[in-house]
Ligand binder design. Structure first.
Ligand code: NAD
Length: 434
């Protein structure tokens, strides 16, 4: 399993790397048309369209009356999984909720001597729809997706949250998804997957009320449906394949670095794992480790494909040039596997989540530490951030002026309006001064 090796001697010309990684964008344009048809069918035919797709793709004898998961099935799932797992889920939920509580923005107000009050009022959206991927037909329940998407919405104060996930062949959901929903206090779950689930959450059907914001990852059909709905509803982000960049120096352990690269590579053949290091010895050792560790992984075949196509070990003459390359890669996940990561942190301009030092591997953040694991990919961290409480809020500006304010400033406002050729605007202010 050879991984691409790149060497930079004197200049950090990162553009060829960026061009190469850009090619991970899915070129499948056929999906656009398929998804457009699905969205339209669900918009027009509601529950019956969902039942039709579900029968065709997920569960043969599915009928629309089974769309909503009975509340008793959600709470009963807490007994269906080991109590030790319930305790771990509770602790993860608690930590993630505590972290997100810090993100909550407050409404604010300013008052002036003339009695003017200006402010910004923060309000949660009314209703959110969360998509939880099927996870290979229910075999690998994506519980962390549910937790990471639900908690910021709950902390924002969203009162109505619907969750949808494709049913397994027997028409049920994996008990871990149900139990996690129960622990999160979610009781509105639907059995629907793919683009038809996204359509139902956006447009509403007889059974599912429409939502204002949709969040949650999924396959190409889910991602395309969300992208096609931009402008009609809020969406979390259009996520591309996952990626990790690791900046490591001679203090790094090659076994650990290889394990971290593989933890990204096992996601998906399109995942990218990139090591940047000034230590050529470390580069050689990591390459050896990747080979032996990959062979021993259950998802080794996926990881090997990912590393062959989108993995790279990049050697640089200095840590400073490494930082320059790291900033240009603008990766979703960044590990600073160096002796003093805090000395480097100030130089990092673009990264979705930064994992500091040798004992902060990325999975700590994927599941447990607290920050959100839903992060921008494909260099979009240059202008966007992790999923947060803000994705589920909006802000209204509040303007309260006084008769004195209009008397003092009315002429100036009218003049600005007339410069724009908007006479009615000018008169709207002036009539208050007559
Ligand atoms: P999924 O729910 O996203 O996809 C399964 C659904 O797609 C099912 O309803 C299935 O019937 C439907 N489907 C299958 N073939 C179809 C077709 N031809 N047309 C329309 N619909 C079809 O769950 P999954 O299969 O487990 O995929 C999960 C995806 O989510 C993966 O691609 C994974 O990479 C991605 N993911 C991304 C992140 C992220 O943060 N970026 C996190 C977790 C998962």
């Amino acid at each position: 399993m050879p991984c691409r090796k790149l060497t930079y001697d004197t200049s950090a010309d990162w553009a060829p790397i960026a061009d190469w990684l850009e090619k991970r964008k899915d070129p499948d344009t056929k999906v656009d048309g398929i998804v457009r048809d699905i969205l339209e069918n669900v918009r027009l035919n509601g529950d019956s369209a969902i039942a039709e797709y579900t029968c065709k793709f997920d569960c043969e004898s599915f009928t629309a009356d089974r769309l909503k998961v009975p509340t008793e099935a959600i709470s009963a799932a807490l007994e269906a999984i080991p109590q030790s797992d319930v305790a771990i889920l509770e602790e993860a939920i608690d930590r993630i909720r505590t972290f997100h509580a810090n993100q909550k923005e407050k409404s604010w107000w300013t008052t002036s001597d003339d009695g003017t009050i200006l402010g910004q009022m923060v309000r949660p959206v009314d209703r959110v729809g969360l998509y939880v991927p099927g996870g290979q037909g229910g075999e690998t329940p994506l519980i962390s997706s549910l937790i990471m998407n639900a908690i910021p919405a709950q902390v924002a104060g969203v009162e109505s949250i619907a969750v949808t996930s494709p049913p397994r062949a027997d028409g049920t959901l994996n008990p871990y998804i149900l139990a996690t929903a129960a622990l999160l206090g979610l009781d509105e779950l639907y059995l629907a997957g793919s683009a038809w689930a996204i359509a139902a959450l956006a447009y509403g059907t007889e059974t599912i009320q429409p939502c204002d914001v949709l969040a949650g990852p999924g396959n190409i059909f889910v991602a395309t449906a969300k992208a096609q709905l931009i402008g009609q509803i809020g969406i979390d982000m259009v996520a591309g394949p996952s990626e990790i960049a690791i900046l490591a120096d001679e203090s790094a352990n090659p076994k650990w670095i290889a394990a971290d690269m593989l933890s990204q590579a096992e996601h998906d053949p399109l995942a990218a794992s990139l090591l940047v290091t000034p230590d050529t010895n470390l580069a050689t050792e990591v390459a050896k480790e990747l080979k032996s560790q990959c062979a021993a992984l259950p998802r080794g075949e996926i990881a090997a494909k990912s590393l062959e196509e989108w993995g790279a070990i990049i050697t640089v003459p200095s840590t400073e040039m490494g930082v320059e390359i790291i900033n240009n890669l603008a990766a979703e996940h960044l590990e600073l596997a160096v002796d003093d990561p805090w000395a480097i942190l100030g130089g990092i301009r673009h990264a979705g989540a930064i994992f500091m030092g040798h004992t902060s591997p990325e999975p700590v953040g994927d599941y447990f530490a607290g920050p959100n694991h839903v992060l921008p990919t494909l260099r979009t961290v240059r202008f966007s951030s992790a999923l947060s409480v803000q994705n589920f809020c909006k802000k209204s500006s509040v303007i309260a002026t006084t008769p004195g304010y209009v008397a003092k400033h009315g002429d100036k406002i009218a003049r600005l309006a007339r410069l724009e050729g908007l006479e009615a605007h000018a008169r709207s202010v002036e009539c208050r001064n007559k």
